[in-house]
Ligand binder design. Structure first.
Ligand SMILES: N[C@@H](CCC(=O)N[C@@H](CS)C(=O)NCC(=O)O)C(=O)O
Length: 121
């Protein structure tokens, strides 16, 4: 695996369900220690992280994985990267799967409903 030599940095925002999905994958896959985790936990830390990332991204979004000079911003792409590097398939991870099929799915449905309600208001 080239995960450690690339020294990946995972930028996450506290409370972000997409960030938790990636963290859960890495944790259950036993890969959490192969990344440097950077988490913003307050508006001030969020501003600082955004200022750090915005020169490299068209639109800052979390989670973001930095691999050398490359930045990835889609949670599924980030997980796919670790699978490609030799990590287990997400379908083999029961806790990850329970989150994706349960709370994560519900949060996405609520997010969508909220957006539709806002549009109609
Ligand atoms: N499709 C993206 C969605 C990520 C997303 O919407 N993240 C939210 C946080 S939960 C975000 O970055 N919002 C912009 C912000 O917080 O500045 C993914 O799967 O990673």
């Amino acid at each position: 695996m080239s995960l450690i030599s690339e020294n990946p940095v995972l930028f996450v925002k506290h409370g972000c369900p997409f960030c938790l999905k990636v963290r859960l994958y890495l944790l259950e896959a036993g890969l959490i220690d192969t990344v440097t985790l950077r988490e913003s936990r307050s508006p001030e830390e969020e501003d600082a992280m955004k200022a750090e990332l915005s020169p490299h991204l068209a639109k800052v979004s979390y989670p973001t994985l930095r691999l050398g000079d490359t930045y990835m911003t889609e949670s599924d792409d980030i997980i796919a990267h670790f699978v490609k590097e030799g990590g287990p398939a997400p379908a083999q991870l029961p806790t990850f799967q329970a989150y994706v099929d349960g709370p994560f799915k519900q949060l996405l449905a609520l997010y969508k409903e909220n957006a539709e309600l806002k549009q109609g208001a």
